[in-house]
Ligand binder design. Sequence first.
Ligand SMILES: Nc1ncnc2c1ncn2[C@@H]1O[C@H](COP(=O)(O)OP(=O)(O)OP(=O)(O)O)[C@@H](O)[C@H]1O
Ligand SMILES: [Mg+2]
Length: 238
Amino acid sequence: MSLLTVENLVVDYGHIHALLGINFHVDEGEIITLIGSNGAGKTTALMSISGMVKKTEGKITFLGQDITVMKPHNIARMGISHVPEGRKIFPELTVDENLKVGTIANPRYEKQRSLEARDRVYTLFPRLKERLNQGGGTLSGGEQQMLAIGRGLMMEPKLLILDEPSLGLAPNIVENIFELITRIRKDGITILLVEQNASMALSVADRGYVLETGKISLEGSGESLLVNEEVRRAYLGA
Ligand SMILES: Nc1ncnc2c1ncn2[C@@H]1O[C@H](COP(=O)(O)OP(=O)(O)OP(=O)(O)O)[C@@H](O)[C@H]1O
Ligand SMILES: [Mg+2]
């Protein structure tokens, strides 16, 4: 059974048609990527899932339940954690405080569990542990991205949604982030990833979908998209 199913999703922002009826699904344990040019509708698709944009048409199902019109906090409680584009951490809070904010959405919140969740995050990101009392705003770009992902993991999600985690990061940090993504999946968390860096995204993904001005134009395994002529020309600069 699919963990997440998106059927005929249409989203309009006033007269702008951002999504024209897209279909895709994410199975448990998969890494799925959506790739596409600027303005294709990737962020809109992710925000539709986490309840942050109004859908014109379509149906979104998570764990067999219709979440199409559910409020964002209830969707988060069901186990969907969305790390938004542009690493929106709290600059005035320390690293540790930023992580604590992430437990607010945890439905099974208990002090002990949240401490365990935090330990897991610090194991995954030793750099954050070394800086736990440092102000979030003074972290480097890569460290802020790690903190944003770490905060997303604090609620122990079933599905982790990542919007452009590698944006603006140096190549070696980008590799770090992708390595982390595969480790998070090994911990049993399903991942839906949006990326400009299509070659990296397709090389870690089980399957991918290509979004072109609000429509899915291609889909397939990560490997097959990586060698697809159209994909290579349009998104891999080959
Ligand atoms: N709040 C909004 N109001 C009006 N138009 C919007 C709004 N948000 C997005 N759009 C438009 O919807 C389309 C899809 O935007 P979206 O942010 O989903 O694209 P994207 O694929 O994530 O692009 P990028 O790669 O640049 O992040 C774009 O044309 C954008 O201008
Ligand atoms: Mg976007």
